[in-house]
Every structure is written in C-alpha cells, then in structure tokens.
Design a protein around this ligand. Structure first.
Ligand SMILES: C[S@@+](CC[C@H](N)C(=O)[O-])C[C@H]1O[C@@H](n2cnc3c(N)ncnc32)[C@H](O)[C@@H]1O
Length: 244
C-alpha cells in the first residue's frame, strides 16, 4: 500500500462513511453468523487498527497482524497491544490459536502473492468450527485510481471468493455482495475517472463534506440487516463467512 494511505486511513477511519457503514455490516454479520463466547480474534492485515480497537473488541480478545510497521505504529497510537508484524502468508501462531479470523480488504493486495496460501494459514490457526470473516473488493472492471494507491492485484466476484475459500478447506456459511445501494453512483464515479482522469493517483478516502458523509453512511449501514440475511446480487465488495 502507498505509505501515504496509512496516515490517511488513520485520520479518517473513525468518521468516514465507508468505514462506519462497513462496521455496521460487519457487526450484523458477526451477530448472525458467529456465536462463540469470549472468542480469541485475529484481525489479519489489521491496518491502522480501527476495526480491532472499536467494534471487534466488543466481541472478544483481539490480536492484530500486519506486514507493514507503519500500520502497526498507528495501531499502537490506538492503544492496541496484541500486535505482530508478519505476512498473512506465514503467520507466527500455533495451530488452533484463534476462534475467529477477520481479514478486511487485505488478500487483494500485491503483497499477497497467493490468496489460497493465506486462507490456508487462516484455516490452520483456527480452532475446529472456527470462523473466517473475509471482505474483498468486487469486480475487476471497477478498478479505479484508488486501486493504484492501495496496490490492488485483483478484485473479486462472489463465485471466485467462494471457490478460494472452499479450496482452502472452509465451508461457506454466508456470502454476499455489499455496498449494493450505492453501486450505481460508484460505477458512474469510476467511469468518469476514466473519461476525465485527474492528475496523480487519487485515494477514495478523502472525507466528503459533513452532511453528505452522514447520508452515505446511513445508506451503507442500512444494508446491514439485509446483507447478513440474504445474498445481495451485486455490490462494491464481497463479504463471506466461512467455517473450519
Ligand atoms: C486496505 S488495508 C486494510 C486494513 C484494514 N484491514 C481495514 O479494513 O481498514 C490493507 C492492509 O493489508 C496489509 N497487508 C498487505 N499485504 C499484507 C501481507 N502479506 N500480510 C499482512 N498484511 C498485509 C497492509 O499493510 C494494510 O494494512
């Protein structure tokens, strides 16, 4: 990931509509699909630590792992303590160390040469019946300038995520596209980026002005109960729950 993106992520992830809306969706997924009392949770590719230290901490004891020291520095600023620097391709944990592994927008990065190797690592460190909660960006044809900033290797379909999880040994419990309601707007934005490219490589993380940010957050968060129950037919991300 472009080093500038860590600072930006750290600054906006407590307020940006996308992070806030995705947090609501993730909570709904955990509430419906993961019922483990006091679980040990690993956030694999934890970034600057917002998910770990805000909502994941409500469910159990959370540890974080990330390849890049810049990310872990920001996690420490959030007072996260159980942190390790490592690649998802080779995790420094014994088999059956965790009940839940979460990995949000990590396996698509160029630094993850092979998703199945990473998913097999998640499988190895999970307890029997342990759960993986995975989120990845959808559709390669939706690549935009933000994908350059975050070093996207590829984007996914529901079918591909399902296949990758199954190849790694997981049983799929639920899989859905999310960020469905805002999908038409996002397609227009991406296509207009191609017609009117801006100078330099832009991040999507710039905060939208106050009320607009609130409206977008409301729209995204309102998908949460639906996405946790049914498989939405299209969207900007794929989210899946798998069981070991
Ligand atoms: C787009 S960020 C997502 C961060 C966080 N999961 C979130 O949802 O905000 C991708 C993260 O994956 C990390 N990453 C990339 N390749 C990795 C690898 N091979 N092993 C561990 N972390 C990796 C990056 O450093 C970055 O923090």
């Amino acid at each position: 990931m472009d080093p500038r993106e860590y600072e930006l992520m750290y600054q906006v992830e407590d307020r940006h509509w996308w992070y806030q809306g995705m947090a609501s969706i993730t909570r709904a997924m955990i509430n419906r699909w993961v019922h483990t009392p006091n679980p040990r949770i690993l956030d694999a590719g934890c970034g600057t630590g917002a998910a770990m230290t805000t909502y994941l901490a409500d469910y159990g004891k959370v540890s974080g792992v990330d390849l890049y020291p810049q990310a872990l520095e920001f996690c420490r600023k959030r007072n996260a303590s159980r942190l390790a620097r490592a690649s998802v391709l080779n995790l420094p944990f014994a088999p059956a160390s965790f009940n839940i592994v979460t990995s949000f927008d990590v396996l698509y990065e160029r630094a993850v040469a092979d998703e199945v190797t990473a998913l097999k690592e998640f499988f190895r460190i999970l307890t029997p019946n342990g759960k993986i909660l995975l989120r990845l960006p959808a559709y390669d044809w939706l690549r935009g300038q933000h994908d350059e900033r975050v070093h996207t290797n590829r984007r996914y379909t529901k079918k591909l995520v399902k296949e990758l999880l199954q190849q790694s040994g997981f049983v799929i419990e639920h899989i859905s596209y999310v960020n469905t309601f805002l999908f038409p707007l996002a397609v227009i934005k991406r296509l207009s980026e191609r017609v009117f490219p801006s100078k330099g490589v832009q991040s999507d993380l710039a905060l939208s002005p106050g009320s607009f940010n609130g409206i977008l957050r409301y729209i995204l968060a309102s998908e949460a109960p639906l996405a946790a129950r049914i498989s939405l037919p299209y969207g900007l991300s794929v989210i899946a729950v798998g069981r070991k």
